[in-house]
Design a protein around this ligand. Structure first.
Ligand code: ITT
Length: 209
């Protein structure tokens, strides 16, 4: 395995979703960084930071700064969402709670039902949208770096596919005819806003070390 400077770097990924850790690890290894990554479930005493900023970059920085300050380790955080052309970029940073606060599986279903309702009268040529992801890296010495990824596409009228989460069942990326819920996870990562942003951040980190 190739590593930056041959040493292992310890990182905290500011998420309670432990499933993101192996994905991040693989992207870092590809960039030549051998990292030992922990998620927040290993630090139960770190308080949840409310995502109060109006931008993805702002929220990602909020989370990464809080975790770096608390642990003294390099911290990575992401924020993402769907920006719909017809809704002037919304739900944007409100994507996770667009239909209000439901929790659990009902949350994604309610968010998507509401979005489809809102776009009922919107014709095909105005159904453009993009997924956006911002990733922030905050080093203990205060150095910060932000990377963004965008995946453009269009919204269809009915759900298709079982993979993914959130708005995936109605999002068809540019250049494809399937929704991102009809793609294998690896295939989606290659073109996704999150994949693009994380790979850019991994390259930045490789440079810093
Ligand atoms: P964390 O903040 O704890 O990481 P989260 O995924 O709920 O979890 P976000 O604030 O990043 O938090 O919200 C992203 C929302 O945007 C998510 O709930 C989805 O509704 C939507 N979203 C983001 N990326 C998506 C993707 O790849 N596919 C489908 N929906 C996505």
């Amino acid at each position: 395995m190739s590593t930056a400077g041959g040493k292992t770097v310890k990182l905290i990924l500011a998420t309670r979703n432990a499933g993101k850790v192996p994905e991040m690890h693989a992207i870092l290894v590809d960039a030549g960084v051998n990292a030992e990554i922990s998620a927040l479930d290993e630090y139960p005493d770190i308080p949840m930071v409310p995502e109060t900023e109006p931008t993805f970059v702002g929220n990602a920085l909020l989370k990464a700064r809080a975790v770096a300050a608390h642990t003294g380790l390099p911290a990575i955080a992401d924020d993402s969402g769907l920006a719909v052309d017809e809704l002037k970029g919304m739900p944007g940073v409100l994507s996770a709670r667009w239909a209000g606060r439901f929790g659990g599986d009902d949350q994604d279903r309610a968010n998507l039902d509401l979005l489809l309702d809102q776009l009922t009268d919107t014709p095909a040529e105005r159904r453009g949208a993009q997924f956006v992801c911002a990733v922030a890296l905050v080093m203990p010495d205060g150095i910060e770096s932000v990377s963004e990824g965008v995946m453009r596409g269009r919204l269809i009228r009915e759900r298709r596919g079982e993979n993914g989460f959130g708005y995936d069942p109605v999002f068809v990326p540019e250049g494809d005819s399937r929704t991102t819920a009809e793609m294998a996870p690896k295939e989606k990562n290659e073109i996704s806003h999150r994949g693009i942003a994380f790979r850019a951040m991994a390259a930045e980190l490789a440079e810093m070390l």
